[in-house]
Design a protein around this ligand. Structure first.
Ligand code: IPM
Ligand code: MG
Length: 360
């Protein structure tokens, strides 16, 4: 079958890592008889440089015509890049938030799995790493603080900034259902992370999620406060299966979850809407400090491509092939700089792409 994929390489290490994922998809296409056509689109800083804005209607429209979106990363160094002299709504990140909203990508899936081969790179205590972990963090992506009303103005002579955290029950219900559906395909455990001891929005999350939970009696449902979760993730990550949370908490906790896998360069993500359509990107950022040096870890992006095959195209066996190829190169001892143990040989970004593509 033929698939049309919107490719948004973006900024920083984005172009290097997406190129490797395209290489791996090409290998999958050759082996399994699929055609993957890439439609290159601009977003973030790359779009600002050409169009003056981080996201154009054209990019959104072209992306909608494709079967899925494969993305790298957007943004630059916030202290030095001229993009950050622009007003906030014109900066690179606004492009990413804009496309998430325009494509209604409310469900962000960030799986955090500790590869046995990377136990050395895991910063946790040896006995914790030895137990391993395999969780799916599900972050609500189109609501909450990211999209609430915000302003900065002088109130009674004092400069005041306001960001609004708001959720309605429909927004919560649709992601809770997604969470429980995913839990049913995994170890059947779901933990809602919130701050219900303080926030009204969290209390609504609890109420609605509990209602949804009643329809999934097989799933062990629990709740945990976000501060405790931050602690539990480093103390006992093996306790988690599906972790469900709102946008901002999910942003923070998913970075933490990725770091305990050894490197943020290992963590893929899928952002899905109500249909099969999705945007797939590594969870990490554009890493401007290492951009263009061919040393970035492309594995998160390659695994994001595997998620695309699985969730948008229903190509499970092809997705398995990518995940197995990644495991194989890790087992064979190949490491990019971020996951290499001291003294271990390192491969470049493009070599890692070649090695994985060869093992498809
Ligand atoms: C992420 C990123 C984005 C976010 C930034 C770049 C706006 O950190 O995808 O986690 O906060 O959602
Ligand atoms: Mg983030």
């Amino acid at each position: 079958m033929d698939y049309r994929i919107a490719s948004i390489k973006g900024d920083g290490i984005g172009p290097e890592i997406v190129t490797q994922a395209q290489k791996v998809l090409k290998a999958v296409g050759e082996k399994y008889g699929h055609g993957f056509e890439f439609m290159e689109l601009l977003m973030g800083g790359a779009s600002i440089d050409v169009n003056g804005v981080p996201l154009t209607d054209e990019t959104v429209e072209e992306a909608k015509k494709c079967d899925a979106v494969l993305m790298g990363s957007i943004g630059g160094d916030t202290r030095t890049s001229p993009w950050y002299k622009l007003e906030p709504s014109k900066r690179p990140e606004a492009g990413l938030l804009g496309i998430r909203k325009a494509l209604k990508l409310f469900a962000n899936l960030r799986p955090a799995y500790l590869y046995p081969e990377l136990k050395e790179a895991c910063p946790l205590k040896e006995e914790v790493a030895a137990r391993g972990f395999d969780m799916m963090m599900i972050r609500e992506l189109t609501g909450g603080l990211y999209f609430g009303e915000r302003y900065t103005k002088e109130i009674d002579g004092v400069m005041t900034a306001v960001d609004t955290l708001s959720y309605n029950e429909d927004e919560i219900r649709r992601i809770a259902i997604k969470g429980f559906d995913i839990a049913m395909k995994r170890r059947k455990k779901l933990t809602l992370i919130d701050k219900a001891n303080v926030l009204d929005s969290s209390r609504l999350w609890r109420k609605v999620t509990e209602e949804v939970a009643a329809a999934y009696p097989e799933v062990e449902y629990g709740v945990m406060l976000v501060d405790n979760c931050a602690m539990q993730l480093v103390k006992d990550p093996a306790q988690f299966d599906v972790v469900l949370t709102e946008n901002m908490f999910g942003d923070i906790l998913s970075d933490e979850a990725s770091m305990i896998t050894g490197s943020i360069g290992m963590l893929p993500s899928a952002s899905l809407n109500e249909t099969k359509f999705g945007l797939y990107e590594p969870s990490g950022g554009s890493a401007p400090d290492i951009a263009g040096k061919n040393i970035a870890n492309p594995i998160a992006t390659i695994l994001s491509a595997a998620m695309m095959l699985r969730y948008s195209f229903d190509l499970d066996k092809e997705a398995d092939a990518i995940e197995e190829a990644v495991k194989k190169v890790l087992k064979e001892g190949y490491r990019t700089i971020d996951i290499a143990a001291p003294g271990q040989d390192q491969v470049k970004c493009d070599e890692m792409g070649d090695l994985i593509a060869q093992r498809i």
